[in-house]
Design a protein around this ligand. Structure first.
Ligand code: BTN
Length: 260
């Protein structure tokens, strides 16, 4: 990873306050939570050895092949709007990857609450951490992993995960994706406070609204079939069960296909 180039493109023009490049670290999210970092600091690594995923899962990434980074940023936002940062971050990544992959036959979509899919398989995931919840200005650590040039996926995720390389047979420069994503992220920040527009853009790229899915509330709980009716402005997922009952969920996991 060329951290000098990242500095030149992101810190020098004043977009980021600072960049922490770690050749190797356990988890960029853990680094961000253990260290006092200024707002607008990007922590990025080439080798993440203990990446954290949702539901306490591991996030695996081969050395030098993918993006593993955490952006620490203050937001003036109320507690009940924090989910907007998560929807915003995934929407912007989808738009960035769509632009970078123009010319390839790629179909990017979003899966609740914040996965980015490529050709119906997961290509990126987000794990957000929060601090200073009582302050008007809230510190949010946006952790994102993007499978870029990965070719090896473990048994458990072989059929549900993919990378840009696997879908396009092209190697991408990690720095170009990071620079485009961070630049795009800072260019549309007002969208976070415009819930209607944010959610309508998110939903129009969503892979599963109006579809039958499998849903599980917790990692070990039973999967149930349900129809996805909507995603509400409060970020919850509105499901209709087979018996016709409707319920909203603030967390949980959707599976889209037989093996997804
Ligand atoms: C998910 O399960 O979908 C969330 C994956 C988040 C992975 C990223 S990689 C960079 C950052 N550091 C971590 O330990 N996790 C996040």
């Amino acid at each position: 990873m060329d951290s000098g180039y990242l500095n030149f493109k992101l810190v020098k023009p004043g977009l980021l306050q600072s960049l922490v490049y770690l050749e190797e670290t356990g988890s960029t999210n853990e680094y961000a939570s253990a260290n006092k970092l200024a707002s607008d600091t990007l922590v990025i690594t080439s080798i993440q050895t203990n990446g954290k995923g949702r539901f306490g899962r591991k996030w695996e990434s081969s050395p030098g092949k993918n993006i593993a980074m955490t952006l620490v940023k203050n937001f003036i936002i109320s507690i009940d709007e924090i989910h907007n940062v998560s929807f915003y971050s995934s929407l912007i990544l989808l738009k960035t990857l769509q632009k970078l992959c123009k010319g390839y036959s790629t179909d990017f979509s979003l899966k609740w609450p914040n996965d980015v899919l490529l050709n119906s398989k997961k290509i990126a995931g987000f794990l957000l951490g929060t601090k200073d919840m009582s302050n008007k200005e809230k510190r949010i650590a946006i952790g994102v992993g993007v499978n870029v040039n990965e070719q090896n996926f473990g048994e458990e995720i072989r059929y549900t995960a993919t990378s840009l390389f696997n879908e396009t047979r092209n190697e991408f420069a990690l720095e170009d994706i990071v620079i485009s994503y961070v630049t795009e992220l800072y260019s549309e920040l007002t969208l976070i406070n415009d819930c209607n527009s944010l959610m309508s853009q998110w939903k129009s790229n969503c892979a599963h609204i109006g579809k039958q899915v499998k849903f599980r509330l917790l990692v070990d709980s039973e999967e149930k079939c349900a129809f996805v009716k909507d995603i509400l402005p409060d970020g919850s997922l509105k499901l209709v069960s087979d018996d016709g009952s409707e319920r909203c969920y603030f967390s949980g996991e959707i599976s889209l296909g037989i093996r997804n």
